[in-house]
Write a protein that binds this ligand. Structure first.
Ligand code: HEC
Ligand code: HEC
Length: 223
């Protein structure tokens, strides 16, 4: 070992032994570490420091309802939310205490939600209709009645506005095809008869959640 490496390794040993600083702890399994610290040092790797993830594999958590976050973290912890990505990415967090779960939920729910881009207008407008009116012929209930006028959710009903469209579509498929989300009975009924296209449409709409005038195909001529 060369001299510099040797000094560095001694330094790291000393720092390690003196490391009582829980504010900067990476020991997620230590029950004394605060939720916010875990959020910034662990969860942020996938969900972003403020809960605004980049990849659609990882749901955005910013501005998500606190009650919903607590429910989901509890379900991951008990391994009852069991779709493949939940197992792969979220099942490791069995050591989070109720207090840490509460603090994590408080942290992410108080971050500002960020809407996605407005892309395919035809798809988005199709999705807007489903969101606000449902598909009465197919027994698809309007999303607005539970997820809110602005997709903001309420209590156990999650925020949808801003969520990655690919993640939304994936979860709709999970609800429709499996029973791996323990609180998903309502959603299973909602999307039982939705086609893939309809799922993608409503997902594209909620990700961008644009006001009506931004996407109207034929603006009034007197403008
Ligand atoms: C290695 C990447 C990774 C890390 C680290 C991670 N997550 Fe996740 N998380 C995911 C993935 C992937 C999903 C989506 C699972 C699915 O598709 O069902 C998810 C889902 C969630 C959900 C459900 C969101 C929703 O809209 O239903 C919550 C809440 C959550 N994570 C919170 C956390 C918290 C809090 C931490 C830190 C303790 C954390 N995650 C750490 C990858 C990660
Ligand atoms: C009767 C109430 C109700 C209606 C109507 C409803 N939902 Fe839900 N939705 C819920 C509840 C409750 C959950 C949370 C389920 C859970 O905790 O697993 C949920 C969860 C979801 C999720 C998962 C979010 C995430 O972050 O993982 C998506 C996506 C979703 N709903 C989309 C829709 C869409 C799109 C519609 C309209 C076609 C709709 N919902 C209509 C009650 C409803």
């Amino acid at each position: 070992m060369n001299k510099v490496a040797h000094i560095l390794s001694i330094g790291m040993l000393l720092a390690g032994s003196a490391c009582q600083d829980l504010e900067h702890s990476r020991q997620v399994d230590n029950p004394d570490v605060r939720g916010k610290t875990i959020a910034l040092q662990v969860c942020s790797n996938c969900h972003g420091a403020t809960g605004v993830s980049v990849s659609p594999t990882f749901p955005k958590l910013a501005g998500q309802r606190k009650e919903y976050l607590v429910d989901q973290l509890t379900d991951f912890k008990s391994h009852s939310r069991a779709d493949p990505n939940a197992q792969r990415f979220m099942w490791g967090f069995t050591h989070l205490t109720d207090t840490q779960i509460d603090e994590l939920a408080t942290y992410f729910s108080s971050q500002s939600a960020v809407l996605g881009e407005t892309s395919d207008l035809a798809l988005i407008n199709e999705g807007r209709t489903i969101y606000h009116s449902g598909l009465p012929d197919k027994g698809v209930v309007a999303c607005v009645s539970c997820h809110g006028q602005h997709g903001e959710g309420m209590n156990q009903f999650p925020r949808l506005a801003g969520q990655h469209a690919d993640y939304v579509t994936k979860q709709l498929e999970v609800f429709r095809q499996t029973d791996t989300r323990p609180r998903g009975a309502v959603m299973k009924a909602v999307c039982a008869n939705m086609s893939d296209r309809e799922m993608r449409a409503v997902a594209a709409f909620v990700e961008a959640f644009p006001p009506e005038e931004e996407t109207s195909a034929s603006p009034p001529v007197d403008q």
